[in-house]
Design a protein around this ligand. Structure first.
Ligand SMILES: CC(C)(COP(=O)(O)OP(=O)(O)OC[C@H]1O[C@@H](n2cnc3c(N)ncnc32)[C@H](O)[C@@H]1OP(=O)(O)O)[C@@H](O)C(=O)NCCC(=O)NCCS
Length: 170
């Protein structure tokens, strides 16, 4: 894993393009990243987020090829809490790459950033994302009703939380 930087823009755009229909099912930003310039602007925002001490957006490379990302959705410092976003190229799914990547970001969140709570929110119908949270020992805390708009449809979000004192399996 490494922070996204400007030279990654083309490779990241190509990966988004290759997975656009699958990602668009669950992620709300696809229509804002339609070309390499949009992705370059996104990387600029990610670096400003990191400089502002609000967490990071990291690419995941497997066998030298970019295959996905994992990110903090900012950091709620007063409450020592963050939430995670992630996605993976379809052909790299089913190998445990995201579970391992999230485990590394969670370890960093608790032991380097010294946060107390990490949250994963995903659409109740997003079984693969829910499975990542459950595999990592997150507690299902409930459902936020009609909490996210995805291209004209409104979905309920399953909320999962992990505390620093919880045990992360594996
Ligand atoms: C959510 C998403 C990242 C999950 O990807 P994934 O490949 O299922 O997750 P992992 O990389 O952790 O892999 C888990 C799978 O690998 C298997 N696996 C193999 N080796 C493994 C290991 N060492 N550790 C854990 N799992 C392993 C698991 O059994 C599981 O397989 P299964 O789906 O057949 O049960 C992916 O579906 C995605 O990008 N979805 C679209 C975007 C999205 O929804 N993002 C989340 C928004 S909240």
């Amino acid at each position: 894993m490494a922070l996204f930087e400007p030279p990654h823009a083309r490779e990241l755009f190509d990966l988004i393009e290759a997975n656009r229909p699958q990602l668009r099912q669950w992620l709300n930003w696809l229509d804002h990243r339609r070309n390499p310039a949009d992705v370059a602007a996104y990387i600029g925002l990610c670096l400003r987020q990191f400089a502002a001490h609000q967490g990071f957006h990291a690419g995941i490379w497997f066998d030298g090829r970019l295959c996905g990302m994992v990110a903090h959705h900012g950091i709620d410092w007063p409450n020592q809490t963050t939430s995670l976003e992630y996605w993976l190229d379809v052909s790299h799914q089913g190998k445990g790459i995201m579970t391992a990547s999230c485990r590394a970001v969670i370890d960093h969140s608790f032991n380097t950033l010294l946060l107390n709570r990490v949250i994963i929110r995903c659409a109740t119908g997003n079984q693969r994302s829910r499975a990542v949270a459950e595999r990592l020992g997150f507690t299902f805390e409930g459902i936020s009703r009609q909490a996210e708009w995805l291209y004209g449809r409104c979905v309920d979000l399953a909320v999962y939380g992990l505390l620093k004192t919880d045990k992360v399996p594996g």
